[in-house]
Every structure is written in structure tokens, then in C-alpha cells.
Ligand binder design. Sequence first.
Ligand code: BTN
Length: 234
Amino acid sequence: MNVISFDIIPSTNGYCARNISSLAHGDIVTARRQSAGRGRKSRKWSSEEGGLYFSLVLKEGLSLLKSPGTLTQLMALAVCKAARRAGAGAYIKWPNDVLAQGRKFCGILSEAVFDGQNLKAVIVGVGINLSQKELDSDKPAVTLAELGIEADAEDLLKEIVDNFNFNFELLKREGFEALRDCYKEAFLYLGKPVTLRVFDETVEGIAEDIDAEGRLILRQGEKLRVINIGDMDF
Ligand code: BTN
């Protein structure tokens, strides 16, 4: 595992994007703090000391993927498994937030880097609340410390990356189908009513299933709707 560590940088994802040509497949960039941590939808990701902030660079095997978005789901699964082993009652809020006790402790931001039309790399950025005092307040959030879990950042990082790599090999060989049952087990909302934001639309229904490509199947009365991209409300 090749880890490039910083005390403080603006954003580990940003660093990877700027230096993508000199980074190799599997390289990991971490920072103890980020001065301009980025969240999804151009939100900021508060990154005080005491959290785990890292980005994983993926360059190989990307052409085998039906959708690079499944990499984010794979990472959510890897975090969920590691957090459960540490003692958290962790679960996934589709597609890629990881929660415990109804509050978010991990966010994932995947960014694709293109060379012309070709997908050159995917940067999977992960922020985990370990013990920092300041959290973003736009969503219910929690730290692992608040859950009574004293996780060592380095050990947790290694376990997450090992989990991810194991699942990535499976994904490349067999597709998301091979991970579907694990993902469904970790997806707490299965069979429950959910509200989603799909671009500008608010969509309601029952979370009926996760399909073989990791998409959410939403039941709306008699109809089933396939949701590719969206955000579930808390
Ligand atoms: C989200 O909005 O839920 C995604 C948050 C992702 C934060 C991580 S922290 C490490 C990496 N670098 C960033 O600037 N963002 C991601």
C-alpha cells in the first residue's frame, strides 16, 4: 500500500487530480487536515484534525466497469464492513453515505479524470468522522468516538483499502451482481419508504431493490422506477 501523507493540504481529491500523471494505480493520499475539503454537490467537507481523509487513485480495470459510480458504492461497502468490525452498527444510505444511529459518519466523493474522451482515472475520496469536534451541520452527523469507538486512523485506512481491493477484484471479474447481496444487506432502507432528490426532482416511493448494476429500484404504486443517480433524504 503506497500512502502519501500530508499534515495539511486543501483537498486530497484535488491533490490527486492535479498530480494524476505521476500517481500510480492504488496510490493513496491522506491528510490530517484539509483546508478546503470538498463534498458532493459542491458542498464543503469540514476537515478538522481528528478525522480520516484520504483519496484512492484507480487507473486499472476501469474499462471493465459498467458504471464508474459503482466504485463509490464499493467504497461505502468497504467502510461499512470496517466500521462494523470496529463495533459500529453501520449501514449504507444509497448510494454511498455510511451512517450509524441515523447519523452520517462517512461521505464519499468520486471524481473521474478524463484524457479527451477516455477515462484516465477515478479518484475515490473518503472522509470519516473519527473524533473531531467540528462537523458539518447540514445533515445529522456523528463521530465514531461519539459511538464509543476509538479507531486508529492508520489501521482503519488499511482495513478499508483491503476490503475495497478485495471487492474491486470481484467487481472486475463478475460485475456488481457478485456484491449485490452484501450491499443489500448493508442497505437499511430496503422495503421502506424513501424520499430522494433526483436532479431537481423530489421522488418518493418504496426502496424495492438494488439491481445487478447497483441502481435503486423504487416502487411507486404499481410502477417500478430505476434510479441511477440521486440522493436519499435523511
Ligand atoms: C460527501 O459530500 O458526502 C462526500 C465527502 C467526501 C470528503 C472526502 S475527504 C477526502 C476527500 N478529499 C476531499 O476534498 N473530499 C473527499
